[in-house]
Design a protein around this ligand. Structure first.
Ligand SMILES: NC(=O)c1ccc[n+]([C@@H]2O[C@H](COP(=O)([O-])OP(=O)(O)OC[C@H]3O[C@@H](n4cnc5c(N)ncnc54)[C@H](OP(=O)(O)O)[C@@H]3O)[C@@H](O)[C@H]2O)c1
Length: 335
């Protein structure tokens, strides 16, 4: 196999971005898209990449994609609660799977997906594109270099005003995958865990819930133990923010925009006791492109994905603990 043949489940908005990326990739090829809505896959191809309309197959439904004889890997950007069923079918048809975050909304589902992926010998990864951008790798390098001292506090903030087309995300309670916690909360927790290189010990959070029990905004604290603390704020009501900042005894470093558009220069701002504020410009790249290239390479060379099974598992454990804390208004251990 020289290139990975991809299928996509769901005509999600993100597919408009991902479709040309896979189509132009050096180690991937797009073969088919399936949607549960009649003709939605075909409309999406026409809108995003009309030049691919005779090349990419559009199906009504997921099964023709999952059972497709030449597809090797499937991208799942479905609503959170639909991930497990679609991913299980994909894995059991011996296809590799890249699942948008969160991998699933129950710990037992993530465990099942991971163990089935092992059993069927396929790669599985949770889709955190931001982790592939050189700006995030540079932040991790700065932390590792110890110029900030050992980091002991960080915050992450992620938000955007939710648009009517996405209201389906807030008409279900949190326990069924609805709200900001399950939608943008994974970024808030994943970024913090990557910076501290630790798993959280306990969490506390408060939310503004709507009439369906979905959180529109959530603010919380994450205790990583040994006096390492973080706070996070996520919202469907605030202006677009995707920001992380870390602090140590001798310095601080910040990425102002984690959801970095590919046509904008990325930057990191950092300062230490000994130096004024530096602004470091990072080259423009598409993190989606880097994410897909990486996953293709893992499949082609049989190497482990950069984002591990443990990442996916601890993400869901932390998010579940946060939802319990919101419900019971108390600190909850992450177990
Ligand atoms: N959008 C972005 O820029 C972006 C960036 C990074 C990551 N992501 C992540 O990617 C995932 C998908 O996000 P998204 O915003 O692209 O999803 P979305 O457009 O809301 O679509 C999610 C799924 O819902 C169904 N759907 C789409 N429009 C619908 C409609 N009008 N009525 C009923 N069902 C509809 C689609 O499945 P069917 O076609 O089968 O109905 C689709 O796969 C999320 O986890 C998100 O956080 C998105």
């Amino acid at each position: 196999m020289k290139k990975v043949n991809w299928g996509i489940l769901g005509a999600a908005r993100i597919v408009e971005k991902v479709l040309p990326i896979i189509a132009n990739s050096i180690n991937g090829e797009i073969v088919a898209i399936g949607s549960r809505r009649k003709d939605a896959a075909e409309s999406l191809i026409n809108k995003a990449c009309p030049e691919l309309i005779n090349k990419v197959q559009a199906f009504n439904g997921f099964d023709p994609v999952i059972n497709h004889p030449i597809i090797n890997a499937i991208y799942i950007p479905l609503a959170n609660e639909d991930h497990t069923t679609a991913a299980l079918k994909t894995i059991r048809s011996k296809k590799h799977v890249l699942i948008e975050k969160p991998m699933a909304i129950k710990t037992s589902d993530v465990e099942l997906l991971l163990s089935e992926a092992k059993k069927f010998d396929v790669k599985i990864m949770e889709g955190f594109m931001y982790a592939f951008h050189p700006q995030f790798e540079r932040l991790l390098d700065i932390i590792k270099s110890n110029i900030l001292g050992e980091i002991n506090y960080a915050y992450s903030m992620f938000s955007f005003p939710i648009q009517p087309a996405r209201y389906y995300r807030i008409i279900r309670p949190m326990k069924s995958g609805g709200g900001a916690l399950w939608d943008i909360g994974p970024y808030a927790i994943h970024t913090l865990r990557q910076c501290f290189k630790e798993n959280p010990m306990r969490v506390y959070a408060q939310s503004k819930l709507n009439e369906h029990g979905a959180d529109l905004s959530t603010t919380g604290m994450v205790d990583f133990g040994q006096n390492k603390r973080a706070t996070f704020d996520i919202s469907f009501e605030c202006i677009r923010r995707s920001e992380v900042e870390v602090f140590g005894p001798s310095g601080r470093a910040k990425i102002p925009i984690i959801w970095q558009p590919e046509n904008q220069k990325a930057k990191i701002i950092y300062s230490t006791e000994k130096s004024d504020s530096h602004e470091e410009i990072v080259p423009m790249v598409s993190h989606f492109d880097l994410e897909f290239k990486h996953f293709n390479e893992c499949i082609l060379k049989n190497t482990p994905p950069k984002l591990s099974s443990q990442d996916a598992l601890w993400n869901v454990k932390t998010l579940i603990a946060i939802s319990k804390s919101i419900t019971n208004n108390e600190w909850v251990e992450v177990i």
